[in-house]
Write a protein that binds this ligand. Structure first.
Ligand code: FES
Length: 86
């Protein structure tokens, strides 16, 4: 698992190995807009401020990946904290 912090509120959500970031955020009451949930449409694209991202999407460029994550499919390094700009 790893943690996600919502920068605007400081809320920290634990992301278990079997759940996506989107699923875990929704369970914690944080709304997320998605469409494909498969890393191809970009609807869930979110800026991140810090963290070691394990990118699983099929559309972001290497430049985008420096500060953007598709939260329907990508993850962070186990044990780490990912801070989202939301
Ligand atoms: Fe389509 Fe995440 S919802 S890429």
């Amino acid at each position: 698992s790893f943690s996600v912090q919502i920068s605007s509120t400081g809320q920290i959500v634990e992301i278990p190995a079997h759940q996506s970031i989107v699923e875990s955020l929704r369970s914690a009451g944080v709304e997320c807009e998605t469409s494909c949930e498969a890393g191809v449409c970009g609807t869930c694209q979110t800026r991140y401020l810090s963290g070691e991202v394990d990118h699983q999407d099929l559309i972001l460029s290497e430049a985008d990946r420096q500060d953007q994550i598709l939260i329907c499919c990508s993850r962070a390094k186990p044990g780490s904290m990912l801070v989202l700009d939301i």
